[in-house]
Design a protein around this ligand. Structure first.
Ligand SMILES: Cc1cc2nc3c(=O)[nH]c(=O)nc-3n(C[C@H](O)[C@H](O)[C@H](O)COP(=O)(O)OP(=O)(O)OC[C@H]3O[C@@H](n4cnc5c(N)ncnc54)[C@H](O)[C@@H]3O)c2cc1C
Ligand code: SF4
Length: 396
């Protein structure tokens, strides 16, 4: 049902469009219509033109639409890492926490470290804190991961944006202003604005356009259950224990942890995408189906066959080792592919490539992995797939 007046009810009803978004459902559908492939980047450029954010007339500020190549630096501990503000629970919040402990005390997670803002004023305090202390490095370290550092230079604003405490367009204008004032570099400002007027708007458009059957899609016919450690964090794979552990403690993990650690692992073992979707919906403070489902089912599990993303986000231990310091503290060896100490992500990655060959080989963006797969001897391929099978059996 679109915005407008409706006379089929007993009372006069006016539906207004949601002014927290730049594109209405019908605008997104008009953009998508007739396109062979939907790609966020092109939609994002239209949103830049429409909003005027980081635009110099008809051209993007800085001469490029996207500065992502600068945004893949590995983090180190030499820089001061800002912590998000912690808001001591007020009386009402404490009462709700007690209620949750009373009725759901045996559920996963805990209320102990709850420190989210619950008012607009405090949400704005967190927004200002982010702009002043973290935004400058947001771009550089957007994909980085460090042990026991759950937040890094991320904004921790999604729960407030999604619940309406913060206006995303107003926030983007302030980010733009920080750039214009010379306080933050272009890769930080552009990278942040792209997440909001690009990705956030794009996944919303896909969700409403795809309709109620989207949730049932399972392109790769994945049926395995998620391992129990998704509910406890207790695994000797350090990357997973970190990403899941902080999720259970803070109801937060940043994008790359969701996509390339928990999501990647579920994709590689062939976990049922509906079960994965339910997990993401249950564990994060910012989870609303319209944003969570396309991110999980489409981007992370490739269960929509590439409607949202141009290729599966599947990666071996090499990626995690490059972007984090997790592997240093892990009992597995990130560089080994087979044997008892080999990082499980390695054999699982190649098993994923081998197992889904019929569906993925023709994807031009998968040309490189299949070239590398073809270079391996049949014996090496079998050894990797055997190793993956043996590992998956241990998951129960
Ligand atoms: C499997 C999976 C599930 C996800 N589930 C959710 C969810 O339920 N709710 C949710 O808001 N985001 C979800 N995301 C997107 C993203 O991970 C979170 O928005 C982000 O981690 C929130 O933390 P932050 O506020 O510190 O974000 P920052 O890294 O500081 O990014 C700034 C803002 O950009 C927006 N944003 C960034 N990436 C995305 C994206 N891919 N889709 C939509 N908005 C984005 C968010 O509003 C975020 O607050 C999911 C991503 C994946 C891979
Ligand atoms: S070695 Fe493998 S399992 Fe261990 S932290 Fe690195 S990627 Fe994760």
């Amino acid at each position: 049902m679109g915005a407008g007046q409706y006379d089929r009810f007993d009372v006069p009803v006016t539906l207004s469009s949601d002014d927290r978004f730049l594109a209405s459902h019908s605008e997104f559908e008009a953009w998508a219509k007739g396109r062979k492939q939907l790609r966020m980047e092109f939609f994002y450029r239209d949103m830049r033109r429409k909003s005027g954010l980081l635009m110099d007339g008809n051209e993007p500020v800085g001469g490029q639409w996207n500065f992502d190549v600068e945004n893949r630096k590995r983090a180190n501990r030499n820089k001061i890492i800002p912590r998000p503000l912690h808001f001591p629970p007020d009386r009402i919040t404490r009462e709700v926490m007690e209620l949750v402990e009373t009725y759901f005390g045996d559920h996963i997670g805990s209320t102990k470290s709850f420190g989210f803002a619950v008012t607009r004023a405090d949400a704005l305090n967190q927004q200002a804190h982010f702009l002043n202390h973290a935004l400058a490095h947001f771009g550089d370290y957007q994909d980085a991961m460090l042990s026991d550092e759950p937040f890094l230079w991320h904004s921790i604003l999604s729960p407030y944006i999604n619940s309406g405490l913060i206006d995303p367009i107003e926030l983007c204008k302030q980010v733009e202003q920080c750039y214009l004032n010379g306080n933050v570099p272009i890769n930080a400002a552009e990278g942040f604005i792209r997440q909001i007027i690009g990705w956030r708007e794009y996944v919303r458009g896909i969700y409403w356009m795809a309709g109620p059957d989207y949730v049932r899609r399972n392109e790769l016919s994945a049926t395995r259950s998620l391992p129990d450690f998704y509910w406890t964090g207790q695994t000797d794979m350090h990357c997973l224990s970190q990403a899941i552990g902080q999720t259970l403690e803070h109801a937060y993990a940043h994008h790359i942890q969701r996509l390339m650690i928990t999501g990647n692992f579920a994709l590689l073992i062939g976990a049922n995408p509906q079960e994965v979707h339910e997990w993401y919906l249950a564990v994060y403070a910012d989870a609303y189906e319209w944003v969570e489902l396309p991110n999980t089912l489409g981007m992370s599990q490739f269960a929509d066959g590439g409607m949202l993303a141009s290729k599966p986000y599947a990666a071996s231990g090499a990626y995690i080792n490059r972007m984090s310091d997790y592997c240093r503290a892990c009992r597995y060896e990130a560089k080994s592919k087979t044997g008892p100490d080999a990082c499980p992500f390695n054999a699982l990655y190649w098993d994923f490539i081998g197992r889904n060959e019929a569906k993925l080989r023709s994807n031009p963006r998968m040309a490189m992995p299949y070239k590398n797969w073809d270079r391996m001897s049949p014996e090496d391929q079998s050894a990797l797939r055997r190793q993956a099978r043996k590992f998956v059996e241990t998951l129960g």
